[in-house]
Design a protein around this ligand. Sequence first.
Ligand code: GLU
Length: 430
Amino acid sequence: MAILELEEAKIPMTLERETNPWEAQAARFDLAAKKLNLDQGIWKVLRYPAREIIVHIPIAMDDGTIEVFTGYRVQHSIARGPAKGGIRYSPDVSLDEVRALASWMTWKCAVVNIPFGGAKGGVICDPKKMSQGELERMTRRYTAELIEFIGPEKDVPAPDMGTNEQTMAWIMDTYSMHMRQTVTSVVTGKPVNIGGSRGRREATGRGIAVVCDQALKALGMMVEGCRVIVQGFGNVGSNAAKILFDKGYTVIGITEFDGALENKDGLDIGALLLHRQKAGTINGFSGGKAVDKDELITWPCEILIPAATENVITSKNAARLQCKILCEGANGPTTIVADDILEAKGVFVIPDILANAGGVTTSYFEWVQDRMGYFWTEAEVNQRLERIMVDSFEDVVSYAKSHNVNNRIAAYMLAIDRVAYTTKQRGIYA
Ligand code: GLU
């Protein structure tokens, strides 16, 4: 039996299935492909990743022992350009998660119409428990294991959860040492002084703020009095909160892995960032009241921004959400069962593959700047990012209207159609 038929066999929806990111991706893909009347052959090509690499990475730990970490790199598609996507360091990484994230990168790059395919990497480890030296050795060995699979024209990694600019600098250096020349365009999200782009660090948050503005316009709502709750205060959540705060939105709640804060008059995000820098946590901030983090996301607000991990909005809490707009800063924060509940409630969803595409869009700018060796000002980067986000929002929302589907399925349909078109045009190599 073909793999597609096997997967299509109806299996009951358990919470375990509902929260499996690969199944979440595949279910939306199937729905959109069906609506598009996608050719069965192309359906099979696009449903599964093109390449899945597993590496076991031995590392000398600081205490003299040797540890072996498992890492993945999944390249879903190179139909529209080099594979592109971040690398995640987390104890929860699994092959199914990396597969899903790689596919989402393909759809995300196609939604914003940048010339990349999709990929993702991950290493099962707890970066919070590792020293800088251990992280550096692990990153370098992981890069060395993948050396023939990555490259500016092949597959271009970037940061994701648990990795940052320093990680990208190590990858760039390791790759460059193997090539015997400096190759900055092998990764994006690097420090600005070694080929990084101005504005990249804030880009995902900035993109989120742009689509929030657009959603308000589309729904005839005002920034004034617009209450926002942000779940997750990492790179994505903190920058989104800060940019929205600067634009005049009222950020009434922030949740983190170790606590949550609320202030009905609005949290001063600038002051909160300073507090976090000193205290190492959002807890103890005098400008807000500590509240239960699982409850806070269900509070009344105009915009809810899940900006951390997958499976935050599920069959267990979707019915209790009271937001008007759900803007997905994280990848896969909403399960397929929750999708139906939110649609019935009339929540306006800005799906992940559109909402958080600002990061990879500025990664594209970084790759372009590295390849030409000429760097733009922050204002130029932000202006180009804003134009792409505004146009892509418009594309998705008008596609949803004209095809009578919700925003998420519209984004998938738009993306799948673009990738399918290129795949057919290139033909199947044999
Ligand atoms: N990890 C980010 C994402 O999920 C950025 C990817 C990139 O810049 O390549 O979109």
